[in-house]
Design a protein around this ligand. Sequence first.
Ligand code: MEV
Length: 309
Amino acid sequence: MTVASAPGKVILFGEHAVVYGQPAIAIPVREVQAQVRIEPGPAEQGTLVVVQDLRRRFLLREAADDDPLARIVRLALRSVRHEGDPDLTLTITSTIPIARGMGSGAAVSTAIVRALAKHFEFWLPSRAVSELVYQTEVLYHGTPSGIDNTVVAFEKPVFFVKGEGWEFFWVDKPFLLAIADTGIESSTKQVVADLRRRYEADVDRYQVLFGHVGEIASRARLAIEQGDHAALGGLMDENQELLQEMGVSCPELDRMVLAAREGGALGAKLSGAGRGGNMIALVTEEAQGRVDMMLRLAGATRVIISRVR
Ligand code: MEV
């Protein structure tokens, strides 16, 4: 039996603007994971994929071309020089909430690639894993920036610019994030497409908004490198205001952002596509319990405290 896993992620700064070429920052969230187990299957079975959480199972040879799970299994098999339909059972489990901006699709795809590479004893560098996963992100999200597959495959905080590349950077002082779920499913594809329509109707306005977000992401990187958590929190608040102006927040997210600040968070914002999904708050050791409680009172269905280092 072979087992491999991959973490979830959150966008710290720059979601949406990153699709238009501005820098963004994302971090892995190891408190949630996707896991893939591979076992030999009976002769002539072919490759069977079992998705436990979705109660779904399918044979690879019967799956459609544009099925993201089938796509990543086929791509991974080809990359590890196994073109056929080997007799294997892949069982997928995940603790990453689906459609909440935490990169569940990218994590499942990454875990599949890692598991198949391990099973066939084929070494794939993280860059190759990320590139393969990007090809399924296109099926999930339409026009992904590429930040999700990058942060999940490398499992490091990244400063990412679409089309240019990414840099890893120094986290001077570890910090705590409270990641709170609205419980509302959000389709990244839909929110990105809606924003695209608004952008096309008023390019100048959105270019200015996206430009401000990009400046905030660059200043945030500096604040992280210098361990300046007060500045970092302020930048999260500024980024949230711009996300509201872009029309990607929602009353539930706004309520939780306010609640986190009232609980003593240094800053708070939505994370990911918005209109549901998760929000994040920068918290101190002393304030984390109170912020957690305030977030639950404001409607959070789950709160994860994650240490960024
Ligand atoms: C999704 O995690 C973040 C977005 O910026 C979309 C993307 O970068 O592809 C909303």
